[in-house]
Design a protein around this ligand. Structure first.
Ligand code: NAD
Length: 429
């Protein structure tokens, strides 16, 4: 069964192998991460208790350049999940043609149960644990689930303290004041929105008033919702861990965004318990539904933007969306993927759909190297050019090679590029 994320990633590679122009020996090598470090992280909490956490950093492949990949804080982190995510980063950076390899990090913890000071200590201890692996030219972390610009600032500071001088280039997704780039926070959601617009153009369908359901209203989901709303789509449902909100006439995305930014939950929004400056004047009275129900809504586009493994053999037959844009990493199991391909449901794969984040991370890293900062318009234009180009090349590969689905097209491109880099570099020693 391929519900394990690493098995799922390997199965996705296997599905693409028969169409990819890759030597079998190199292909086998691409199935193994270069290395994974496991670190034990004892932290004295603000309560006075000492808790021992566990963390990982996996460096999957560096043939195309320094390792690149986010750090996730989540109770369900496992070594296998981190390795799968590192593999997906490798195919993602190759697909969007960035001079990077792929990596990922994770710490098993429940951030909601930790104070800010606890999180700072844990982040610093984790950074110390992996600091011999990371570096501005070797491995560059970034935010992922439950980590943000503040986390990156602590990582950058801890690394810099050991080096004896500031090293902003060691992480991306930093606050603007210490070398971050404008546009990074919303980059992944912007990329999801741009790719959805491209998909509709490609399918010759009108995005205006198309019904969109988005699972997850965090960094990626909320920005994708806002930008798709601005692009004219009708965001009819979204969710968080507390549950989902559904209104067939469309949600007030701005009001929900203000409520969530003020610390509110989607379930509270549905109940009318609005937080912060959320404006009640456009109150749209949505229904409370479950996350499982959100996935099976009759919509034009379903955007999973929360966790992996949510579209499975168990629910795929109930899905009614005619297109899926994978904002989360690994939301679809291989068994579900095969069923969607058979039903001609277009799925824009994660390694393309959510690549906006790593593209803008790269632009931040480039600006840090130049010791020069670009305006937001330049960053957004470069993001649009790069993700649009990757979309066009994926679709061209899909059409010209008559491949079964867009994921296979994206994987063949990514695997061929990574394999080529291995062939040119050769096998050491
Ligand atoms: P986040 O922590 O900001 O938001 C996650 C959202 O998902 C929250 O609304 C949370 O309540 C919800 N959620 C968590 N568990 C859930 C569950 N079991 N069921 C339903 N909803 C659940 O995280 P994010 O940065 O928005 O990342 C979301 C996804 O996008 C992840 O798969 C991540 O790997 C991927 N991604 C993120 C970035 C980035 O730049 N942040 C880049 C590429 C890919």
């Amino acid at each position: 069964m391929a519900d394990d994320p690493f098995e799922n990633m390997l199965a996705q590679m296997d599905r693409a192998e028969e169409y990819a122009d890759v030597d079998h020996g190199v292909f086998e090598r691409l199935k193994h991460p270069e290395r994974t470090l496991k670190v034990t992280l004892p932290v004295e909490l603000e309560s006075g208790d000492v808790e021992v956490f566990e963390g990982y950093r996996c460096q999957f492949d560096s043939a195309r350049g320094p390792f690149k990949g986010g750090v996730r804080f989540h109770p369900s982190v496992t070594q296998g999940e981190v390795e799968a995510l590192a593999g997906w980063m490798t195919w993602k950076t190759a697909l969007v043609d960035l001079p990077y390899g792929g990596a990922k990090g994770g710490v098993i913890c429940e951030p909601k149960e930790l104070t800010d000071r606890d999180l700072e200590r844990l982040t610093r201890r984790y950074t110390e644990g992996i600091r011999r692996m990371i570096g501005p030219d070797t491995d560059v972390p970034a935010p992922d689930m439950n980590t943000d610009p503040q986390t990156m600032a602590w990582m950058m500071d801890t690394y810099s303290m050991y080096e004896g001088h500031s090293v902003p280039r060691v992480v991306t997704g930093k606050p603007l004041e210490i070398g971050g780039t404008p546009g990074r926070v919303e980059a992944t959601g912007r990329g999801v929105s741009l790719v959805t617009e491209r998909l509709f153009e490609y399918l010759d369908r009108d995005l205006s008033d198309a019904a969109v359901a988005i699972q997850g209203f965090g960094n990626v989901g909320s920005n994708a919702a806002r930008l798709l709303d601005e692009a004219g789509a009708n965001v009819v449902a979204t969710s968080d861990v507390s549950g989902a909100a559904y209104d067939p006439d469309g949600l007030d995305v701005a009001a929900l965004g203000a409520h969530v930014d003020a610390g509110g939950l989607v379930s509270e929004y549905v109940a009318g318990d609005l937080k912060g400056s959320a404006d009640r004047s456009r109150w749209d009275d949505p229904d409370a539904i479950t996350n499982a129900e959100l996935l099976t809504l009759d919509v034009d586009v379903l955007i999973p933007a929360a966790v992996e493994g949510v579209i499975t053999a168990d629910n795929v037959d109930d899905l009614r969306a005619s297109a899926i844009v994978e904002a989360a990493n690994g939301p679809t199991t291989v068994a579900a993927d095969e069923a969607l391909t058979e039903r001609d449901v277009q799925v824009v794969p994660d390694i393309l759909a959510n690549a906006g984040g790593v593209i803008v991370s790269y632009l931040e890293w480039v600006q840090n190297a130049q010791e020069f900062s670009w305006p937001l318009e330049t960053v957004n234009a470069e993001l649009e050019r790069r993700i649009g180009d990757a979309f066009d090349k994926t679709v061209e590969q899909y059409d010209t090679k008559e491949l079964p689905d867009l994921r296979t097209a994206a994987y063949t491109l990514a695997l061929e590029r990574t394999a080529k880099a291995h062939e040119y570099r050769g096998l050491f020693p």
